[in-house]
Design a binder for this molecule. Structure first.
Ligand SMILES: C[S@@+](CC[C@H](N)C(=O)[O-])C[C@H]1O[C@@H](n2cnc3c(N)ncnc32)[C@H](O)[C@@H]1O
Length: 354
């Protein structure tokens, strides 16, 4: 098969400068201004490559909206506050959150919506979906000061990572280079790491951009009152292992297949994310599983209410969605939820509950 346009660019880049680390490769595959995966397409849903929780059921966003309403109260119901979403996809989560949180007096009048989104294609979908005043940002750097509630669902898993492999008593970095026929291959090059090597074949992942953004979020919460909620798939405690994956049309493929046409993600290391938030000056809470979070926030009661109002085929859809979101062998345990608050704010529900 003919190489993708992005593959041709990457091959030329490697020919010129040598093998590139995985985070550079991922950043190009996902964010190249013309050919990056997110830049020109809508990847969600049955016609796309994957589906996320807000696209599975409106209940997901509604329960997060209720969480936001409680956070707004904990912030003292400010006259004006920023509701910030990182990586908002189609805008579905924001739309469902706003519908649910507006029942809280003062929320609708005080809310200012900010979306941190790099994809022009998705910005268009978000504008169409939300149809109200929105400020977009390329990064957290331009977000205004002031009280804030920050939500990030499946944002951190899309940020580039590096991988190191233990070989013969030393860490080697995995890099993308060229094979004999100019096809992309994964190779290793020596790399000094400040930690003892593991057993041969051990994989260590690091996510410098993810940690930088979490630190930046932490310093934002240290400087102005606010809370954040991060939902993503990943592990509660740091661990070794290769979690980088590529998905195209709902199927796993090699990370080297069709660069720019497959989604690349990795598991979020929530221990590392919590540490980075703390380094920035915020207080992390959790993580708890998505199952614990959604059940505590009233998933079953909300599903029962919607089911009562629905006709038969729709009832089955609701039941399947609940199972998908919270089932122990589905997203329920794989996905984790971490909160962070400015110092001095109370631990948000349900993070302090036994
Ligand atoms: C997997 S999607 C999640 C979308 C949405 N939160 C949901 O749950 O449906 C990742 C989102 O993050 C955005 N994104 C990826 N990398 C980004 C970056 N470095 N800065 C800002 N947004 C980014 C993508 O364009 C997309 O909107």
């Amino acid at each position: 098969m003919k190489p993708t346009p992005l593959e041709q660019i990457i091959v030329a880049m490697i020919r010129e400068d040598g093998p590139i680390p995985l985070d550079r490769y991922m950043a190009l595959c996902l964010g190249h201004p013309v050919h990056g995966y997110y830049m020109s397409r809508d990847p969600f849903g049955p016609e796309g490559d994957f589906i996320t929780a807000p696209e599975i059921s409106q209940i997901f966003g509604e329960l997060i909206g209720i969480w936001c309403a409680a956070a707004f109260q904990a912030l003292g119901a400010p006259d004006e506050f920023h509701l910030i979403e990182l990586g908002p996809g189609r805008g579905t989560l924001m739309s469902d959150m706003l519908r649910a949180s507006r029942v809280m007096p003062g929320f609708r009048d005080g809310v200012r919506i900010h979306l941190v989104e790099t994809s022009p294609a998705l910005r268009k979908l978000q504008a169409a979906r939300l149809g109200q005043t929105i400020t977009w940002h390329d990064s957290l750097a331009t977000l205004p000061d002031g009280p804030s509630i920050v939500i990030a669902n499946e944002f951190f898993d899309a940020l580039p990572i590096r991988q190191f492999e233990s070989r013969n008593g030393q860490w080697m970095e995995r890099r993308i280079g060229l094979g004999a026929d100019d096809r992309l291959v994964i190779g290793l090059s020596a790399q000094h790491l400040d930690r003892p090597p593991g057993t041969d074949g051990d994989i260590l992942e690091s996510a410098p951009l993810r940690d930088d953004i979490a630190r930046e979020l932490g310093s934002r919460l240290a400087a102005s009152p606010g809370v954040a909620l991060v939902i993503d798939y990943g592990h509660a405690a740091s661990a070794l292992g290769d979690t980088l994956q590529a998905v195209r049309r709902h199927k796993f493929c090699s990370i080297l297949d069709r660069p720019g046409e497959a989604d690349l993600t990795s598991h979020v290391d929530f221990e590392s994310l919590g540490n980075a938030l703390r380094q920035g000056g915020a207080l992390p809470h959790g993580p708890i599983t998505q199952r614990q979070f959604l059940l505590s926030m009233g998933l079953e009661a909300r599903a029962a209410l919607l089911t009562q109002k629905a006709k038969l085929p729709e009832r089955n859809v609701i039941g399947r969605a609940v199972e998908r979101l919270a089932g122990e062998n589905q997203m329920g345990n794989l996905f984790k939820v971490l909160a962070a608050t400015s110092p001095g704010l109370p631990t948000p529900y349900p993070f302090g509950s036994p």
